[in-house]
Design a protein around this ligand. Sequence first.
Ligand code: KG4
Ligand code: ZN
Length: 334
Amino acid sequence: MILLAIESSCDDTGAAVFRDGELVSNVVQSQLIHTAYGGVVPEVASRQHLKAILPVVQEALHQANARPKDLTAIAATRGPGLMGALMVGYGFGKALAASLEIPLINVDHMKAHILAHFIEDPKPAFPFICLTVSGGHTQLVRVNSPSDFELLGSTIDDAAGEAFDKTGKLLDLPYPAGPHIDRLGRQGSAQYSFSKAQVDGLDFSFSGFKTSVLYFLQKRRSEDADFVKKNLEDLCASIQDNIVSVLLAKLKTAAEASGLTRLAVAGGVSANSHLRSELKKMAEANGFETFIPKLAYCTDNAAMIGMAGYFKWLDGDTAPLDQAPDPRLRYATS
Ligand code: KG4
Ligand code: ZN
């Protein structure tokens, strides 16, 4: 069974090939052009996907030593994401599937982030709790099987990645600021604390936190114009520590409420080194078993789309060819 997977939901064009459920190639082309705009510009992203999609797919096939006519099925991201960006990858996958007369499999990007845990060992046993933290989403999910997901909580405003990117922008860091905050924060100490929204249950809120950082910086900058420059490492360490402590507190609550001790983290923010080390500490203190995918499978990639697609293929769950991408794809509607 040879599966080609395509990802184009935001600003990374990805293609991967799986042979009998094993990943054999994984190619990602990231769109660095958005740094110049301080954020992802949807129209620019669509055009970049259009340029990259064929070379990226060809490279993934080449590395897997496979030709289009060898393919058994094609999996592509249907949503959530940017409509124009999704249309490029999903439309490409659909057209290739139609021309090769093979099945198309539609993949939910958020479920794929979670199923990235099954690309390589160690794989969590079902059921487990997954904290999915990316640039667009923050979700706590109970995962009962590769096709049974229960959304326990999500952000009511900004996503965790956005909290990193928007507060990083206030520090004049380039977009996306998450990796810069991580790198700089490692050299600082978390001595500043900002207001953390108290949200009931397992939902999250980060917009108040961002505003609190904004007011704090305005005040300190009015006293000393170089405040940020002089204290950049400590500010990054503090921002990072504030976000990570909120995420892990909710993850712990979800574990305790469900009685599950297997905890997984997925999505771009799970690349964060402070999150990784704090999660490890929390696991050791509470007897949790934790799972974090390899860095390359945390940020957007097509390997996770292929993994999710392979599970759907095993279930015979293929997509009609008259379906459009869904930028607001939700668990209940996918
Ligand atoms: O999952 P992802 O690659 O794309 C989306 O689906 O959104 O996540 C991108 C997000 C960005 O907000 C980026 O700043 C954040 O992940 N990110 C990080 C780190 N690496 C990526 N945030 C904190 N620390 C990192 N090391
Ligand atoms: Zn993502």
